[in-house]
Design a protein around this ligand. Structure first.
Ligand code: SAH
Ligand code: TYD
Length: 412
């Protein structure tokens, strides 16, 4: 297996075993034909890109039955409003600007440009979420972005002032075609701004659940700089984000058109200190994952033995890795509570744990709730005070396995 960016042979460092499609929530009639692949990750010692060894075909993950709707978190809605405001106030000075977002999903970010009367286009291949965006008045094309599509967009709309994306660049294995497409699309004065889960946070927090089929890459400043430099772009600034358990926003422009920030220079040095591109860092990460897995299984096995009722909170894509890697079964979890209508009544990928509406969690609190949506814990803790007050306990596993009860925390 060779690096998708620079062709160097990649060095595998962890396998999570057989995995289903992370967002492939399913009904019992589909159990027998469920698709599995080996979820394994390696790193490139030349360009620093961390990547999956194999990734399922894109249509298997992104289609008219896509289960992730961006608008299910109010804090994420606020986050994307702020992202849109940053682009609008800082990067759209010319007359009649044009903004393109890929992976625009239900229009959570582009709706702010639509509402402000700014010319925009969303590129979103999953038809069900694209339909929600269109219904909100967000101009959306239902396609996969690549260089060929970029040419069609330029022919129809002209070049763009800003190319923006969130939690999608790291999904796309044909990365050179994406960057070539950005080059086709972007005006000479244009800006590229995107954010994705950050390798540094995944390593520091042992948040191995960021590794699943959709996330073919885990980016760092080094790997992003290297990939974009080959196409004449330069990383000029970064902005760390708390979203998705630790993300990085990358700001790029054509080489030499903008100053490089001090913040970027400092973060580059931090990556060296963290050893983000050294083999021993990934060896340590693997043993941290194994330790986390064993600790979580021990807690859940003990709950089962003691006859405790445990419910999962948030049927996240990330939870598919945790559930299947840790061997969590319907014997451990009564169900997983989730607010997304399309997930409710279905079963989790691989382990086939039922996904139930949130009301079933609230109507009869379990003894323990396993916080799969840990990246939304600020929002969730703010609204679930009565669960703790009723004696309920949270099981969390990032950055380490812990039980949280009332105002105290007990390490496991
Ligand atoms: N930006 C949103 C959605 C992220 S989920 C957010 O941050 O919440 C990733 C989205 O990217 C999905 O809706 C998926 O359908 C879309 N996607 C996947 N591959 C793509 C591609 N090649 N071009 C454009 N969108 C893509
Ligand atoms: P998220 O962590 O955003 O994404 P991913 O799928 O990328 O891992 O998914 C959050 C899931 O949790 C989503 O299915 C909605 C659900 N959810 C709840 O059930 N309750 C909540 O309060 C929140 C914030 C999310």
């Amino acid at each position: 297996m060779h690096c998708r960016i620079c062709e160097t042979p990649i060095e595998p460092f962890i396998s999570f075993g057989n995995m289903p499609i992370a967002n492939g929530f399913l009904t019992p009639d589909a159990f027998a034909a469920e698709y599995f692949f080996e979820l394994a990750t390696g790193f490139c010692s030349t360009c620093g890109m961390v990547q999956l060894i194999d990734q399922p075909a894109r249509e298997q993950m992104f289609n008219e039955q896509y289960h992730f709707f961006s608008g299910t978190s109010t804090l994420m809605a606020r986050h994307f409003q702020e992202f849109a405001a940053t682009v609008q106030s800082g990067h759209l000075q010319g007359p009649d600007p044009f903004v393109v977002e890929i992976g625009s999903n239900d229009g959570i970010m582009l709706q702010h440009f639509a509402n402000a009367g700014i010319r925009h286009l969303g590129v979103e291949p999953s038809a069900n979420v694209a339909a929600v965006a269109k219904a909100k008045g967000v101009n959306t094309v239902c396609s996969f972005f690549d260089d060929a599509l970029a040419r069609e967009i330029v022919a129809e709309y002209g070049q763009a002032d800003a190319f923006i994306a969130a939690n999608v660049m790291c999904h796309i294995p044909y990365f050179h075609s994406i960057i070539a497409g950005i080059k086709t699309l972007l005006k000479p004065s244009g800006v590229v701004m995107f954010e994705d889960p950050y390798l540094g946070d995944v390593i520091e927090r042992t948040s191995y659940d960021q590794i699943y089929d959709e996330h073919v890459f885990l980016f760092s400043l080094k790997s992003i700089s290297h990939a974009f430099e080959q196409h004449g772009f330069e990383l000029v600034d970064i902005a760390p984000q708390e979203t998705h358990g630790g993300s990085m926003r990358y700001i790029l422009a054509y080489k030499g058109t903008r100053p490089v920030s001090d913040r970027l220079v400092r973060q580059r040095a931090k990556e060296e200190t963290l050893g983000l591109h050294r083999a021993e860092t990934f060896d340590l990460f693997r043993s941290n994952c194994e330790r986390s897995r064993d600790a979580l299984r021990a807690v859940l096995d003990r709950c089962s033995r003691d006859g405790k009722r445990v419910v999962g909170y948030g049927a996240t894509s990330k939870s598919t890795t945790v559930i299947n890697y840790c061997g969590i079964t319907p014997d451990h979890l009564a169900f997983i509570s989730d607010t997304t209508p399309i997930k409710q009544g279905k079963f989790s990928p691989g382990a086939h744990i039922p996904v139930r509406p949130y009301a079933e969690f609230a109507q009869q609190y379990p003894d323990y709730a396993l916080l799969f949506a840990w990246n939304h814990s600020r929002e969730i803790m703010a609204k679930e005070g009565s669960f703790l007050a009723a004696g309920g306990k949270w099981i969390v596993y990032v950055p380490e396995v812990k039980i949280m009860q009332g105002s105290s925390e007990a390490s496991q």
